[in-house]
Write a protein that binds this ligand. Structure first.
Ligand code: SAM
Length: 353
């Protein structure tokens, strides 16, 4: 069969790929600048010459020069060609270096770098259809995931998400028993425990290294109303919970129905289950935008392999959408599921019996 090639379309696609390659290189530069402390060294300094930055960081000027060239060309750093100076203005410092600020994107960047770091494994499971346990990722992914999600939780969880649920904050004020399942580094658990000292919180995750980090966080925060346990969502111990929550983890589970059923059984009959999931429409057609591009990609590399590595292996994916998630929750015995609130990146579902 002969084919006719439209070279305008070839050029157009090549331009797009060039743009994406530039972006990929810039993410690596941003990650290196973060890990080496260069952005931090530039924050608040105003315009700096290469020599001044070398003086402040003690780094090798030949590397720094190339790095500055790349991040300036990317627009991550402002370059003044006349004076040959480089500046990280506050708006860019918020994105690249101010840890814990809602605008800080270094965790997001780190999560991408972590995927490239272990690309052979990603290719292997993609080719073979095997599962890949969550624990089989680079350490950089676990802290990157926490760094990526934590600012959003800090900005929204206590101020908006919990108050959007029916009657939950009253229970938390009075003293409730709470489980945070698939808690990872426990940032969400620690935020809630700090806000509600009358309540007791347990964070549960089957990934022991994450639970060790979570315990450290709680200890550093000086909290006595929170503990962390290594257990699976389908059979963690304890019962009588007033409130259970799960942040960006239900779709990673092999058996989300079994997990949600166990959570329902561990809760009081009038308990509330909050499910935070990535924002997504119900059909693939609704997710054809940069967030869809990102989440389907992470899902292909991390979420679906993590699910396929577990019993049942449902592989919901990170763009399951509310309809599919509600079906999972209904099957687990939650008859009422509603979207309590949302952000551009997350939907917050409230499930009750
Ligand atoms: C994407 S991470 C999210 C972690 C954390 N909730 C956060 O928002 O930062 C998904 C988490 O789910 C945990 N997980 C996946 N399947 C699990 C299961 N069946 N039981 C317990 N934890 C599970 C993983 O270990 C991982 O920490």
């Amino acid at each position: 069969m002969s084919e006719t090639i439209d070279f305008d379309k070839v050029h157009e696609m090549a331009g797009k790929v060039m743009h994406d390659v530039a972006g990929a290189v810039s993410l690596m530069m941003a990650y290196m600048g973060d890990q080496a402390g260069v952005f931090a060294a530039m924050d608040g300094e105003g315009p700096m010459t290469l020599e001044q930055l070398v003086g402040k960081t003690g780094m090798e000027p030949k590397y720094l020069r190339e790095w500055l060239g790349s991040v300036s060309a990317a627009g991550y750093v402002d370059f003044d060609a006349e004076n040959e100076t480089f500046e990280l203005p506050p708006e860019k410092a918020l994105i690249f270096t101010r840890e814990g600020q809602p605008a800080c994107m270094q965790g997001f960047i780190q999560a991408v770098v972590a995927q490239f770091e272990m690309h052979e494994k990603a290719v292997d499971v993609f080719k073979t259809g095997k599962g890949r346990p969550w624990s089989d990722h680079s350490n950089c992914l676990f802290c990157g995931t926490d760094r990526f999600f934590r600012p959003g939780y800090a900005a929204n969880l206590v101020s908006t998400w919990l108050p959007a649920l029916d009657g939950v904050t009253d229970k938390l004020e009075a003293g409730a028993k709470v489980a945070d399942i698939g808690c990872g580094y426990g940032s969400s658990t620690v935020l809630m425990a700090r806000e509600y000292p009358n309540s007791t919180f347990v964070g549960i995750d089957f990934h022991e290294p994450s639970i060790i980090e979570a315990r450290k966080q709680a200890q550093e925060a000086g909290l006595t109303n929170v503990s962390f346990e290594v257990a699976t969502a389908q059979d963690f111990p304890g019962d009588g919970f007033d409130f259970a929550c799960i942040f960006d983890a239900l779709h990673d589970m092999g058996d989300p129905v079994g997990a949600a059923r166990h959570i329902r059984e561990a809760m009081k009959p009038d308990g509330t289950f909050m499910v935070v999931e990535p924002m997504a429409g119900d059909t693939m057609a609704e997710n054809m935008h940069p967030m869809g591009q990102i989440f389907y990609g992470f899902s292909c590399m991390g979420c679906v392999p993590a699910s396929l590595a577990q019993d049942v292996g449902l592989g919901l994916g990170a763009q399951a959408g509310q309809k599919r998630l509600a079906a999972v929750l209904n099957e687990a015995g939650f008859s009422h599921v509603r979207r309590a609130t949302e952000t551009p990146t997350n939907m917050v579902l409230e499930a009750t019996v």
